[in-house]
Ligand binder design. Structure first.
Ligand code: NDP
Length: 281
């Protein structure tokens, strides 16, 4: 049976360390500040934003909330971002996605100062990540890397197979593993013989968004499995992208869903905000 890599416990430990760091900064007269911008009434986005606000409060980060109506124009949003870029109390800016259709998401994300881009989505930060000199690392992939480290998984020389090539998870996590000297295979919907590729992996990172599509039988015995997927099945049940029960029989370590990668994402957002405050953004 695989060891469970407990995202909740790792996240709690790191949030404790962040709270200590926030206290230390406050003693020097610096209060880390995160601006969270929500446009419209998307129910899931509202839940995420309130989770981020609460997480900030729990560790002592100043949470500057901007809840704007769905009718907000692109110009009004860009003006707000301009003000936040110049506001010295703010060290991180997060615009909750998706934005209403009349707003150009790329234009908005590009308007955030790369030095306050705690989500790590700005092309400047994406480029820095690719050349191995990140300023901010995107939160979910960063969380995956921290979990691997905490679980004692050494990546150098290992075969890592990432399934999913999105800009927010698959691609950045592949570059982060490459930076740690893994040999990385990045798979997607057009990949042939996926089962065979997954079967080669010492570490499988799944970020597909399809319930249990990676079968337990594909996993090489002793491999480490990180499941980023969060899929709602029926009314209440959440499952990952990996067939958890069967994969647990073969893997040496595995992340559960829920309670795996999920709690790490907001934790790394807090971490990036504090790092930004330390740099004096
Ligand atoms: P996207 O939908 O943006 O990307 C999915 C990727 O999976 C694409 O690259 C797609 O390939 C690939 N894919 C789809 N079907 C297959 C298939 N049959 N075989 C191989 N590859 C396939 O998803 P995200 O990256 O945004 O999210 C992935 C999952 O992670 C979701 O479940 C999401 O909810 C979860 N997530 C969890 C977070 C957390 O905090 N825990 C944060 C972010 C995401 P192609 O490019 O060819 O279309």
């Amino acid at each position: 049976m695989a060891n469970i890599i407990d995202g909740k416990a790792i996240a709690a430990k790191i949030r404790g360390e962040i709270a200590v760091e926030v206290n230390r900064l406050e003693a020097k007269g610096i209060k880390p500040g995160l601006a969270v911008v929500l446009v419209g009434e998307d129910p899931a986005s509202k839940v995420y934003v309130s989770m981020k606000e609460k997480a900030c409060q729990d560790v002592g980060i100043f949470s500057d909330e901007h809840k704007l109506p769905a009718t907000t124009s692109e110009k009004e949003l860009l003006d707000l971002i301009d003000r936040l870029n110049k506001d010295e109390r703010i060290h991180g800016i997060l615009v909750q996605l998706p934005l209403p259709k009349h707003i150009d998401t790329e234009k908005v994300l590009d308007a955030i100062s790369p030095f306050k881009d705690v989500d790590g989505f700005h092309p400047y930060n994406v480029g820095r990540l690719v050349v191995g000199k990140p300023v901010f690392q995107p939160c979910t992939p960063y969380g995956v890397m921290v979990m691997l480290k905490e679980a004692g998984v050494e990546l150098a020389g290992k075969e890592v197979v990432v399934v999913g090539r999105s800009n927010i998870v698959g691609k950045p996590v592949a570059f982060m593993c490459l930076q740690q000297n893994a040999t990385v295979t990045l798979c997607h919907s057009r990949t042939k013989n996926l089962a065979e590729k997954v079967g080669m992996a010492d570490v499988v990172i799944a970020a597909v968004g399809q319930p249990e599509m990676i079968k337990g039988a594909w996993i090489k015995p002793g491999a480490v499995v990180i499941d980023v997927g969060v899929n709602r099945v029926g009314e209440k049940k959440l499952v990952g992208d990996v067939e958890y029960a069967a994969a647990s029989e073969r893997a040496s370590a595995i992340t559960p869903v829920p309670g795996g990668v999920g709690p790490m994402t907001i934790t790394m957002l807090l971490y990036n905000t504090v790092e930004s405050a330390k740099r004096g953004a």
